[in-house]
Design a protein around this ligand. Structure first.
Ligand code: C5P
Length: 232
């Protein structure tokens, strides 16, 4: 898999996401569908976007007992998504079960990546709420190693962590990184941001970009700028 830009389609309903995607006539971008759109519009939205020629990262972050995750993953695999994810904190056994569920009878499957610690979790909340007392960077790398051990393809991580994840888990282990902003753009609510060019330099495999593209005056031009900085 080569490097690519994934557009986070954080829209509340089918009409808005489809009218956004209608702007892309020549190249069909890789898109991320999250919980809001999936729960609101249902699996049909995945089929519709897929049939328009887009690759899909279905960002549902599964976390449950291994058997339940296995069965849910088998449903997602049938939707023909290209990339999906789960929480590494669900344990290695849960991740292995997820891979089993995802694998189709012909041996093919979507890529599967893990969320390590959410960026909304900091050292303090990890210690106080989760009773995890190790340094957060160590926890993130440990969860990434667990994902690798379970046979997953990579992790979602901040662009700042991508280099270290590759050091620990190997160059082929995918790093999918949100928190990307243009040098002259709004940071918004993201705390740690990098430009597409910096994310490329640091070795991110995929960048997930939402508002810098979806809220741009010319989303197609903003997407093409991202691709030019990150991929070309
Ligand atoms: O609009 P923006 O570029 O900030 O969108 C980033 C996307 O990546 C959103 O869909 C957000 O939920 C997701 N994400 C993130 N930070 C994480 C994990 C996911 O921003 N740690």
């Amino acid at each position: 898999m080569g490097k690519d830009v994934i557009i986070a389609c954080d829209f509340p309903n089918k009409e808005e996401v489809l009218s956004f995607l209608d702007k892309f006539v020549d190249k069909k971008p890789f898109v991320k569908i999250g919980m809001e759109l999936f729960y609101g519009a249902g699996p049909e939205i995945v089929r519709e976007i897929k049939s328009r020629g887009h690759k899909i990262f279905l960002d549902l972050k599964l976390h449950d007992i291994p058997n339940t995750v296995k069965k849910a993953m088998s449903v997602l695999s049938g939707l023909d998504v290209d990339l999906c994810n789960l929480h590494a904190s669900g344990t290695v056994r849960m991740m292995e079960a997820a891979l089993e569920g995802l694998t189709r009878p012909d041996g093919t499957r979507p890529l599967l990546i893990a969320v390590t610690q959410l960026t909304s979790t900091d050292q303090e909340s990890m210690e106080n709420d989760l009773l995890i007392h190790e340094p957060i960077d160590k926890v993130v790398m440990h969860y990434a190693s667990n994902a690798k051990k379970a046979g997953l393809d990579g992790v979602v991580c901040s662009p700042l962590e991508a280099g270290k994840v590759h050091e620990v888990c190997g160059a082929d282990f995918l790093t999918v990184t949100p928190g990307v902003r243009f040098a002259d753009g709004d940071v918004g609510d993201q705390k740690h941001v990098m430009t597409p060019a910096e994310a490329k330099r640091i070795g991110s495999d995929y960048i997930v970009v939402g508002r810098p593209i979806t809220a741009a005056e010319d989303p197609v031009a903003a997407y093409e700028r991202c691709v030019a900085e990150f991929v070309d």
